[in-house]
Write a protein that binds this ligand. Structure first.
Ligand code: MTE
Ligand code: MO
Length: 315
């Protein structure tokens, strides 16, 4: 593998829009003004607070020049097995999912363990727009203008002990609200993990919104992870716990099918899934297929973390 010097790493501005987004209680007023200015717009009837806001992104393309997927596409084609294995059914099944009150425990091998209220996390850290490609291991992809903050801000505050080597994310367990958790097939709750350096990488985003709006339930409200050089399933939705641990976590998909899903799950067109090629993908909204890029197009930023590793062994 080609070694990349830190000086060659793409500057942050390539993928980070500078406009600060304020999401949450008082902050909604800012975008509400925008809607109010448009006198011709009919008064929206809100099912939940986020529906009163227009879906607006700062960017129109990703850093490669590819257009954003639409808000409608991003919110109506979802993988979220707690609700359904049918991507087009998730939005309606998740519509009434309760995301407030919500707390997130940051614990394990840290000097400053703390349970945060989601509203405190939104207020505490700057909420920026970042346009990332999401490449699902199934072979489709989207370009999504997420809103969130670098996970490393939260991890630094927790102050990991030197024994901490990995971060383990746990999604909510709530079979009363999540029909998919009532069956016996999967090992709930959903668990994912990153190596500590991956979790600390500036690309790794704690996501609280998209298209300038609070995160829709079907996309993982109130908090999910986006690590865009990895397959989409590494980004756990509806996170309730973030633990610093010494051992490599065993993820939901590793338990479900260890031959198919490894811990790293970096997007890699040269490493086929046992049942299909990963060389190409279908961008939602496009006809035909396009080539899949190594590390989903983030090679310059992340390849260095895997220098010397055999990516066919550590898939
Ligand atoms: N808790 C939880 N997180 C999850 C999933 C899930 O089923 N449960 N699906 C994953 C998969 S396979 C993908 S591709 C992305 C999809 O995110 P999106 O629906 O916002 O596009 O969420 C990931 N996070
Ligand atoms: Mo996925």
């Amino acid at each position: 593998m080609v070694k990349i010097k830190p000086s060659e790493i793409t500057p942050e501005h390539v993928y980070l829009s500078r406009r600060k987004f304020m999401i949450g209680v008082g902050a909604l007023a800012a975008t509400a003004t925008l809607a109010a200015c448009d006198a011709s717009a009919p008064e929206p009837i809100a099912a939940n607070p986020s529906d009163t806001e227009p879906a607006i992104a700062q960017a129109t393309t990703d850093e490669l020049g590819d257009p954003l997927n639409t808000y409608e596409q991003i919110t109506n084609y979802n993988n979220y097995y707690e609700f359904s294995t049918d991507k087009q059914e998730v939005a309606s099944l998740a519509a009434n999912f309760k995301t407030s009150p919500w707390t997130i425990e940051v614990s394990g091998l840290v000097n400053q363990p703390k349970t945060y209220d989601i509203d405190d996390l939104r207020a505490k850290f700057p909420q920026d727009e970042r346009v990332y490609r999401l490449r699902c291991v199934e072979g489709w992809s989207m370009v999504i203008p997420w809103i969130g903050f670098p996970l490393n801000l939260l991890l630094k505050e927790a102050d990991p002990k030197s024994s901490a080597k990995f971060v383990r994310f746990t999604s909510i367990l709530d079979p009363d609200q999540m029909p998919g958790q009532r069956g016996g097939w999967f090992n709930w709750p959903y668990v994912e993990g990153l190596r500590l350096d991956e979790a600390m990488h500036d690309l790794t985003l704690a996501v609280t919104g998209l298209y300038g709006k609070p995160l829709p339930n079907q996309d993982g409200a109130p908090l999910r992870i986006a690590a865009p050089w990895k397959y989409g399933f590494k980004g756990a939705k509806a996170i309730v716990k973030i633990e610093l641990v010494e051992e490599q976590p065993v993820s939901f998909w590793m338990i479900a099918s260890p031959n198919e899903y490894g811990f790293y799950s970096n997007v890699n067109p040269n490493h086929p899934h046992p049942r299909w090629s990963q060389a190409t993908e279908r961008r939602i909204g496009e006809a035909g297929r396009r080539p899949t890029l190594m590390f989903n197009g983030y090679e310059k930023e992340v390849a260095q973390m895997y220098a010397g590793m055999d990516l066919d062994v550590n898939f």
